[in-house]
Ligand binder design. Structure first.
Ligand SMILES: [Zn+2]
Length: 205
């Protein structure tokens, strides 16, 4: 059976109706909350801008990707160890690689973008495309077009997906892969595209 993304999206939407008193959503073995993308984008891009003023632009970008990758690595480790994953996703898994399609469907359901897997070469390469990234959209709205990719969250998450499947035992696999964003809507490309490959240094910074 192939991965049915709609089934996963419906399960997340249904489950996300349950909120704790503080608005926390306990779902898929992790704690989620609703966060404004405008707020998230502003924190990231203003951090990048301030660091740029100090001549540390590359460091800022690496830190933002690293934060997203660590978050994605820990979050999806929790997700794939949850009872919801066992009940909804595991019956659809036919191969190790199908887990990546399952992760992608969960990320779509979380509102992280319209992620879809374009290419997956086991142990080597993952290409994820996103047509409407909130990071690119938010960047263009606030600052206009850029000369570089701006979707640090999705870049880190693409690397994290490969880390979880091919990076070895958790928690030592993070940054086994690193993703680049060669195409980004923030630099007037038609879509954003993230390519994760093995990292020779196992570090992003
Ligand atoms: Zn982008």
């Amino acid at each position: 059976m192939a991965i049915d993304g709609n089934k996963i999206i419906h399960a997340v939407m249904e489950g996300s109706r349950i909120r704790e008193a503080k608005g926390i959503i306990p779902l898929f073995g992790v704690y989620l909350s609703i966060l404004s993308t405008i707020y998230y984008n502003r924190i990231n891009f203003e951090f990048e801008k301030r660091m740029c003023d100090l001549g540390q632009e590359e460091k800022a970008r690496a830190l933002l990707v690293a934060a997203a990758q660590e978050c994605g690595y820990a979050t999806f480790q929790g997700i794939r160890n949850s009872w919801e994953w066992d009940e909804i996703v595991v019956p659809m898994l036919e191969s190790r690689e199908d887990q990546i399609h399952g992760f992608t469907a969960v990320a779509v359901a979380f509102g992280w973008g319209d992620l879809h897997v374009v290419e997956l070469v086991p142990e080597e390469k993952l290409v994820i495309r996103v047509n409407d990234s909130y990071e690119a959209r938010g960047y263009i709205r606030e600052y206009g077009y850029s000369t570089a990719g701006k979707c640090y969250m999705l870049r880190g998450v693409t690397g994290a997906f490969m880390d979880l499947i091919y990076g070895g035992e958790y928690p030592d696999g993070c940054f086994s892969f690193l993703a680049e964003e060669r195409r980004c809507r923030a630099k007037e490309d038609g879509y954003c595209e993230f390519i994760a490959r093995k990292s020779p240094h196992k570090s992003i910074l």
